[in-house]
Ligand binder design. Structure first.
Ligand SMILES: Cc1ncc(COP(=O)(O)O)c(C=O)c1O
Length: 380
């Protein structure tokens, strides 16, 4: 049996090598490295795939969030509600613009933001009157869309913009509606290890609002107006490279098949492990893009035993996320403390992620699950 990788980008490249090399060579030949035709071709394909009117590609999933907040004019004195159980980028961009992240705990089954707690937090912020609530950034954690039925109702009730952080969930869905299409704006990441990853940084923003799309196009190009040296907004250099777009166009062709393989692998993991570990719950009608397959051990001691036993057999694992954001030094200015978000805190002590990529074999999965189940017997 070959070595099991956490994410196997090399194997995927072997499959696509001829096509990707040709696509890169084409860009090298035409020489439009910035905003070449591949960028706009990709945007049309991405918008069609996710069922939105507009897609604005950009330099990373982080910049996709930053640019979305900029397009909404969010800054000092504004509150943006999000989850503490996510990658730092989600909340980092809020604080970068001088706005205030307000964290809301997650649901212990889906690991996504708890909509009932969200409503309470917005109400509290409104009555406090120090900050003006402006936006919600729900995260589709590990690929599973958040509860948009509830979140969109809350957004409407309080007149807040919803920015879906779909960095991990491109291809996920609720019924027939795809990730990136929820709320007012959806953002995703093409970081190499993401379900749809490039060979470098990249991201995209999705919306049905032509005004927002227009602003985003300007922001990603230094706030450019109608001509090159006419600047109408504060912007940044947020463009996606043409070479990355060319690579992503090739990867898009096999993405539906790869996503199907991820879903099948997650099902096999769940069937094998469900009686021994808590697996992420996928509500009826939801489909995850399975950027990660994460399970909960009973506690951090059991988690260490499992991770060590897998490591001893050459099987890599990772912890997403060992420390919720409200306890990170970068956010110490917000004065949160241990105990503020008990669900996120306890899950961060129990969770770990198993290898997940479309090229895992049944033997790989059975091997991983057998080792994990044997750990359970050890602990008991
Ligand atoms: C939830 C989430 N948001 C945002 C990002 C940022 O994406 P990027 O690394 O492309 O900037 C990531 C990347 O890991 C992420 O997982």
């Amino acid at each position: 049996m070959g070595k099991i990788k956490f994410v196997d980008l090399k194997y995927q490249y072997q499959i696509l090598q001829v096509r990707i090399n040709k696509a890169i060579q084409k860009v090298l030949n035409h020489g439009q490295y910035i905003q070449g035709s591949e960028v706009f071709e990709l945007e049309v394909k991405l918008a069609t795939y996710s069922g939105t009117k507009y897609c604005v590609s950009c330099s990373s999933g982080t910049d996709a969030l930053l640019m979305s907040l900029m397009a909404q004019g969010i800054g000092p004195g504004n509150a943006v509600f999000t989850t503490p159980f996510t990658f730092i980028a989600t909340a980092e961009v809020i604080q970068l613009l001088g706005a205030t992240p307000i964290f809301v705990d997650i649901v212990d089954e889906t690991f996504n933001i708890d909509s009932s707690k969200l409503e309470i937090a917005i109400d509290k912020c409104q009555s406090n009157a120090e900050l003006i609530p402006k936006a919600i950034i729900p995260v589709d954690i590990f690929g599973l869309p958040a509860n948009y039925e509830m979140i969109e109702k809350i957004g409407k009730k309080f007149n807040l913009c919803i920015i879906e952080d779909a960095a991990q969930s491109f291809g996920g869905k609720i019924k027939n509606k795809k990730a990136c299409s929820f709320g007012d704006i959806g953002t995703t990441s093409f970081f190499p290890s993401k379900p749809l990853g490039g060979y470098g940084d990249g991201g995209a923003i999705f919306t049905n609002d032509s005004g927002i799309a227009e602003k985003l196009i300007s922001i990603r190009n230094h706030g450019q107006g109608k001509s090159k040296y006419n600047n109408i907004l504060m912007g940044l250099n947020g463009r996606l490279d043409t070479i990355q777009a060319a690579i992503l166009l090739e990867k898009m062709k096999i993405y539906p098949e790869e996503l199907g393989q991820r879903i099948a692998i997650a099902k096999k993991y769940t069937n094998n492990l469900d009686q021994y570990f808590t697996c992420q719950h996928v509500p009826d009608g939801y489909e995850s893009a399975w950027s990660q397959f994460s399970i909960l051990a009973l506690n951090s001691k059991e988690r260490s035993i499992c991770m060590k036993k897998l490591k001893d057999s050459g099987i890599p694992t990772a912890i997403y996320y060992p420390k919720p954001l409200h306890l990170q030094e970068a956010f110490c200015n917000l004065d949160y403390a241990l105990g503020d978000f008990p669900v996120s805190e306890s899950i961060s002590q129990q969770i770990f992620s198993l290898p997940m990529h479309p090229y895992l074999t049944d033997d790989n999965i059975n091997n991983i699950c057998e080792i994990l189940i044997s750990c359970k017997e050890l602990v008991e």
